[in-house]
Design a protein around this ligand. Structure first.
Ligand SMILES: NC(=O)c1ccc[n+]([C@@H]2O[C@H](COP(=O)([O-])OP(=O)(O)OC[C@H]3O[C@@H](n4cnc5c(N)ncnc54)[C@H](OP(=O)(O)O)[C@@H]3O)[C@@H](O)[C@H]2O)c1
Length: 252
């Protein structure tokens, strides 16, 4: 991993990422400040609500366009930069495909929270590419790039597979929540989050920059808190629930 020199610009960018990341994680620990989408939406008369499907498109579409521009820009860059740009684009294309054709949403989301998330994804997509392109070519570790590439496809595949299982729970057209089973849902509550976490680790390896790893670690913490809240949510909704870990069997 490349550690850049501690100049003012790098310190300020990292501080900004750290503080905003901690705010996101902290918000998730408190039910009254949780981001309002999926299971955790709280209906609000004073705020604009949009159907979840549109809310999710608002979240992902700007980042997809920015990543597309990133891919075009990266054509003149070293290979690891091209890979980060391409895999970021693939991630958002996959998410938009899933929002449009896989997920069966049941509710609404808070439009202002959709905008907040969209800005954070877009900002991070740019910063991640900036970090990656600042890694000197001589410092790139090809073994880590190979591991990152394999892990990326494994993580995204795991994530997609479990999205299909969730979608299957509503294939009869119902909007009910059920206890998910099958695949890693037999052992953990949020295998789709685990898949995304593996993809986060992959992107850190591909980026080769310590600040990408730091930021992705905050995203992992965010998903860990959300996975914990998801288990509490199932407990609250169904009463007696199967004994399963949130994310990693035997660990958490
Ligand atoms: N990068 C990040 O910081 C970040 C943050 C959050 C999520 N994500 C990723 O985005 C993806 C989606 O996250 P999410 O939090 O929206 O996932 P989610 O709450 O599990 O919802 C995914 C889809 O499955 C449905 N669903 C969930 N549980 C269900 C159940 N028990 N029975 C029937 N249907 C169910 C949801 O419907 P409803 O909409 O009706 O609930 C929704 O359509 C995840 O793979 C995650 O990794 C990334």
């Amino acid at each position: 991993m490349y550690i850049p020199e501690a100049n003012l610009q790098n310190i300020l960018i990292n501080l900004y990422i750290l503080v905003s990341g901690i705010v996101f994680v902290y918000r998730e620990t408190n039910p009254s400040t949780q981001l309002g989408y999926s299971k955790f939406t709280k209906f609000s008369k004073s705020n604009t609500m949009v159907p979840s499907k549109y809310g999710m498109l608002v979240i992902y579409f700007p980042s997809m366009i920015l990543c597309l521009i990133g891919v075009l820009w990266s054509l003149s860059q070293p290979r690891h930069v091209k890979l980060v740009a391409l895999f970021s684009l693939l991630h958002f294309v996959k998410r938009i495909y899933e929002v449009l054709f896989i997920h069966h949403y049941s509710g609404q989301s808070l439009f202002k929270d959709n905008i907040t998330i969209a800005c954070s994804y877009a900002g991070f997509s740019i910063i991640q590419l900036y970090f990656t392109s600042s890694v000197p070519k001589s410092r790139v570790n090809q073994f880590e790039i190979l591991c990152g590439t394999l892990l990326y496809f494994f993580g995204e595949g795991l994530n997609h597979y479990h999205h299909l299982i969730l979608a299957d729970l509503r294939k009869d057209g119902s909007k009910e929540y059920k206890i998910p089973q099958g695949g890693l849902f037999n052992f953990i509550w949020c295998p789709h989050y685990l898949g995304e976490i593996i993809a986060f680790i992959a992107m850190s390896l591909l980026s080769q920059h310590i600040s990408t790893l730091a930021f992705q670690s905050i995203s992992i913490l965010y998903l860990a808190v959300r996975a914990y809240n998801t288990r509490l949510w199932y407990e609250h909704k169904f009463g007696k629930i199967p004994k399963k870990a949130c994310l990693v069997p035997g660990l958490f």
